[in-house]
Design a binder for this molecule. Structure first.
Ligand code: ADP
Length: 724
């Protein structure tokens, strides 16, 4: 089976290759040129011309320049043989022009030679001479020598025809003198004939006759019929000149007979009709070719037009693109400059705004600080007067004075608090505290307010809340106090419920949800957003009726936010309000010292103690002194830091109350210096804390505690008892 398949493949390949060979044979220069040759040998010149033209077309189409040149030479020769000299000249010239790019060849030399013959036939002797000269040159270059006599013969003919008879005769005689050899027979016969004609022209008829007869003898050997006819006519003419009518007639008769048969042969080669038909078909082919070329040219033109249009379009697009890029660039550069300018302006504006904000903070801080000192005097004196058992009629005024003093103190504290938060100076504590204790304390401190308004005041604390949390208990109680205070204030004969729920407890992190809910007067819907703005109160009536500064919720919102939560409010007028927020805390294992139950403060330990008060303000000196003496304390007053240091060096005190803002050296600096020699005497800072002061900072100078002005008398005594 395998063998059969192999055999089949082999046979197929062979058949295919044979087919290919046939295709090559049918359409090739050699194929057409062979057909042309066989038609020449059969005297069928029309066919020969046809196939030669085919060979030319093929070699042209396949860019075979050498074959193209050779086939044109062959075409020229065919035309020459059928005496179509103009066509022949065209073909030879074409062959010569094509061969210019090739190596010199015998074909191009013969082309020149035949071109010369054609011009000679057309009696264009100058062109004929040029052609023969070029042919000779090429033959010499190619070292072809057997053509010398042939060309000399033609030169002789040209000289004879142009009247140079002597030169012509000498050229012919040179050829005549050569021995008879088959290659030269034809040329020699022609030369003999030519010498004869020159002799005859000079009436040397016998000599002429002699040459003609010799020529005829040689011609008999080469069978050149045209040559024979020419010689026969010359013989008839010379006999006629010699008045030998018989011979003249006989040769004339021979001549006409031969001419007739030559003409018959010529006709056989290519009849007049044949030539015309061939020429017509050639013309039509040429027209078809030109048409095809024109169509091709048109196509090429269209294509190149299209390419040009596309190129122009592309260039235009590219130009537009570059233009837009360029413009864009300019615009970008301009915008950049503009932006840079704006940026500078913005930086300046930001700096200005920061400066303005700082200035505002500083201003608020200074104003509230300056207000605290006289406020301390007002509150202190009101306290002292109330303690001195005033008359009943004075009591009301003193209580109003105390209320106003407290109100102002709260107001200033609130402003300071907001100022601190806004200036990012509020510090977040991270201490351990017990939330349950904190809530209990809050409840007990507000119990009285609840009773005043006849409110049911309850706390619901999730038992899952860890005992000890780490966070900022001060800020948390500030938030709760504000919210609960409001709830109790704006609710009468209702309830206020505070809830703390554990939301999540993971990785020692707890999230706690706080809710302060009341069923009081509620807040109108359009005020729900604005109640958190500074100085925003429900209405003027509310302000009159319930009091307040409109700063509480502002502080609450800011504090919740800095502790990591967000305050939410839901309220319906006359139904009540609910404030909620959620805060993150860390869970602590151990309680901190601060959370352990504070010792009950006992005023009795103050009796007979010796305290140094460092204070420059005369009224405050008086108030502090009076308040201390009321508790049985001996008090010495110094109004500057430098003197205070000296006094402490020389005397023993149980405590020093040090005002921070003093003329000369500051209270902090004085404390630092005292601590250099006395590390034990407790020093308490008395300060109207400003923006840049805080408890931590003051303690860092060696102070033991801080009492803020204006004093709340209970806190004042409690702090002294704690440290004495
Ligand atoms: P104020 O010191 O006036 O209480 P807040 O900032 O604490 O200032 O409160 C702003 C306003 O919000 C109050 O004047 C009041 O109109 C309204 N408000 C706050 N809490 C409540 C509440 N629980 N019930 C009704 N109104 C409230």
């Amino acid at each position: 089976m395998k063998f059969y398949i192999l055999f089949f493949i082999l046979v197929s390949c062979l058949t295919f290759s044979q087919k290919n060979n046939t295709i090559e044979e049918v359409d090739s220069v050699s194929y057409y040129s062979n057909l042309a040759n066989s038609n020449v040998s059969e005297n069928k010149y029309r066919n020969a011309l046809y196939y030669t033209q085919k060979a030319i077309n093929y070699s042209k189409a396949n860019q075979k320049t050498e074959a193209h040149s050779n086939q044109n030479f062959r075409l020229g020769k065919l035309y020459f043989e059928v005496k179509k000299y103009d066509d022949a000249i065209k073909a030879f010239n074409k062959s010569i022009s094509l061969s210019n790019v090739l190596q010199p060849s015998s074909e191009s030399a013969y082309s020149y030679y035949h071109l010369g013959l054609c011009y000679l036939k057309k009696k264009d002797f100058s062109k004929a001479k040029i052609s023969f000269d070029k042919a000779q040159l090429l033959f010499d270059n190619l070292k072809i020598t057997n053509t010398v006599d042939l060309i000399n013969l033609q030169r002789g003919i040209i000289n004879k025809s142009t009247g140079n008879l002597d030169l012509a005769a000498s050229i012919f005689n040179t050829i005549v003198a050569k021995p008879d050899s088959p290659a030269i027979l034809d040329t020699k016969a022609s030369a003999l004939y030519q010498v004869g004609t020159i002799e005859m022209a000079q009436n040397r008829n016998n000599l002429a006759l002699n040459y003609f007869e010799k020529a005829l003898d040689l011609n008999a050997k080469n069978k050149n019929l045209e040559q024979k006819a020419t010689i026969l006519l010359a013989l008839s003419t010379v006999y006629e000149k010699m008045l030998d009518k018989n011979n003249a007639y006989t040769y004339l008769k021979q001549y006409t007979n031969l001419k007739e048969s030559i003409s018959l042969l010529d006709n056989e080669k290519l009849g007049i009709d044949d030539y015309e038909k061939f020429k017509e078909s050639e013309r039509l082919a040429e027209v078809a070719r030109t048409n095809k070329e024109n169509i091709q040219k048109e196509k090429t033109n269209k294509f190149s037009k299209l390419i040009s249009i596309l190129a122009i379009a592309l260039i235009s697009i590219l130009s537009l693109l570059s233009l837009s890029l360029y413009k864009n660039n300019i615009i970008r550069t301009r915008s950049n400059l503009l932006l840079k300018g704006k940026n500078k302006e913005l930086i300046l504006a930001k700096e200005k705004a920061e400066k303005a904000s700082n200035a505002r903070s500083e201003f608020l801080s200074t104003v509230s600080h300056e207000l605290r000192t006289p406020l301390n005097a007002i509150n202190g004196i009101a306290h002292l007067l109330l303690e001195e058992r005033p008359k009943k009629s004075q009591m009301h005024y003193l209580e109003s004075l105390q209320f106003s003093g407290n109100y102002l103190t709260n107001f200033i504290n609130d402003i300071l608090e907001i100022n601190k938060i806004d200036s990012n100076k509020a510090q977040i504590e991270n201490t351990t505290f017990n939330l349950k204790v904190l809530l209990e304390k809050t409840q007990s401190s507000l119990k009285e307010l609840a009773l005043e308004n006849n409110n049911n005041f309850s706390f619901k604390i999730d038992s899952g809340i860890p005992d000890y949390l780490i966070g900022d208990p001060t800020k948390l109680s500030q938030i709760l106090m504000n919210l609960i205070n409001n709830a109790l204030k704006f609710t009468h004969d209702g309830y206020v419920m505070v809830t703390a729920n554990l939301v999540s407890l993971e990785d020692k992190k707890a999230r706690i949800f706080f809710e302060v809910k009341d069923n009081g007067i509620g807040i109108p819907e359009d005020k729900l957003e604005t109640v958190f703005d500074s100085f925003s109160q429900g209405s003027v009536d509310i302000n009159r009726k319930y009091g307040g500064t409109g700063l509480g919720l502002t502080i609450v919102k800011k504090l919740v936010s800095i502790l990591g939560g967000e305050i939410q409010l839901e309220s319906i007028v006359k139904e009540g309000s609910t404030f909620t927020f959620e805060l993150p805390f860390k869970v602590s294992e151990k309680p901190s010292k601060a959370d352990r139950k504070p010792k009950k403060i006992n005023d009795t330990n103050l009796i007979d103690k010796k305290i140094l008060v460092v204070e420059d303000n005369k009224i405050n000196q008086m108030i502090s002194k009076k308040m201390l003496e009321n508790k049985g304390i001996h008090c010495e007053i110094i109004d500057n830091g430098e003197d205070a240091i000296e006094v402490v060096k020389n005397h023993k005190f149980d405590m020093i109350l040090m005002d921070v803002h003093l003329p000369g050296i500051n209270g902090t600096v004085a404390t630092k210096k005292i601590r250099e020699f006395d590390k034990t005497t407790p020093i308490i800072a008395l300060t109207a804390i400003s923006l840049n002061e805080n408890r931590k900072m003051l303690l860092s100078y060696g102070m033991n505690d801080v009492v803020t002005k204006p004093f709340i008398p209970e806190d004042f005594y409690a702090t002294i008892s704690k440290h004495i």
